[in-house]
Design a protein around this ligand. Sequence first.
Ligand code: PSV
Ligand code: MN
Length: 424
Amino acid sequence: MRINTELVRELNHSSESRHHQQFEFLQEQFQQKGINTEALINKLQQFQVAIPSWALGAGGTRFGRFSYGGEPANLEEKIRDVGIIHALTQSAGAISLHIPWDVPGDPEVIRKLAADEGLIFDAMNSNTFQDQPEHQQHSYKFGSLCHTDRNVREQAVDHNKQVIDIGVSLGSKSLTVWLADGSSFPGQLNFREALARTLDSLQEIYRYMPPDWKLFIEYKPYEPSFYSTVIQDWGTSHLLANECGENAYCLVDLGHHLPNTNIEQIVATLLWRGKLGGFHFNDSKYGDDDLTVGAIKPYQLFLIFNELVNIPENNPAPAWMIDASHNLKDPMEDLMQSLEAITLAYAQALTVDRDALEQARNANDVTQAQEILQNSYRSDLRPLLREARKRAGGAIDPIGAYRKAGVREKLIAERGLKTVATGL
Ligand code: PSV
Ligand code: MN
């Protein structure tokens, strides 16, 4: 199943005139406010978010997993699925692989396949949170890079080195390390020694990276460890990144914060230090990456983008990725909803009147500062997103087009109802 430009044009046909009216109306409003529509469209078209290879199948919980049907059974099919999402949205031009779930047979063939779909390889992800008996001698039950046993640490470091090698063969330029290392009971772990051992292991991985690569260090306060996590927060991630070197950065995953954490402030701090390397988007009511981006806290997402639109020169462009779980919905529809929410928050943040906001801040006009932000947040910029997509060759209404084209039905016919994608 593939979606080509011809088909997208056909699918767009019925939405064309309605879209035109809505876009004209929005453009007039932009003119009145002195906002440059073309510059906005240009920025939106440049903005690409990577799709993780493990998000294309139905996710499970520890209580069960309900398959979706037509799920990709191998790396080639995962790339094809991201190709479909990219063809419709024109904003998912990259895929992020998790090893050993996605070891490529022939890297050249995989590279070509991705290029045919207009995709590049974003950050590589290592996995030392699960045991893969056929690939490893020692267990990660009590940690990996932090483990008390040198042999386990060496095995985990070697795995990360292999992931880098695979990434190099595919043209990726970064490695994301997320560790499940931690403890579930007080007394289990010597905090200081565990952190020191983790740093030691990370430094060895860092030294192995090619000079044009970046290391992203992801943090998470709990789960699967329920008492302590070795890299629990942005401060720990920042400390480790600093100790590793200038190509090591922090990775912020929205779901990896305790309730009510001010994530936008963390983003601002990391940007100030030039250490924000990557971003995992998702949403949650209670924790981690349970829900579609923007499903619960769209205003928080906007406030985060309000910080992200101004990337200072000392911080390289962060890597954007969705990292969400899909338990009930069609994963591809869910990913398209996430892309829409992310792009919308980005567009809204781009329309904030920065000069007026700074003036209000400097005058301590609290009400006005809030008004400025909320005016942007409350404007419906969806016609702008549709126009940017349409001009780039994408669908005016990606989910509508996906359904009209019968993508899922065709995938089920091709792949069967009972395929299971590798992942969590
Ligand atoms: C962990 O919760 C995480 O956010 C990390 O990014 C992992 O690599 C990913 O989910 C998938 O397991
Ligand atoms: Mn993540």
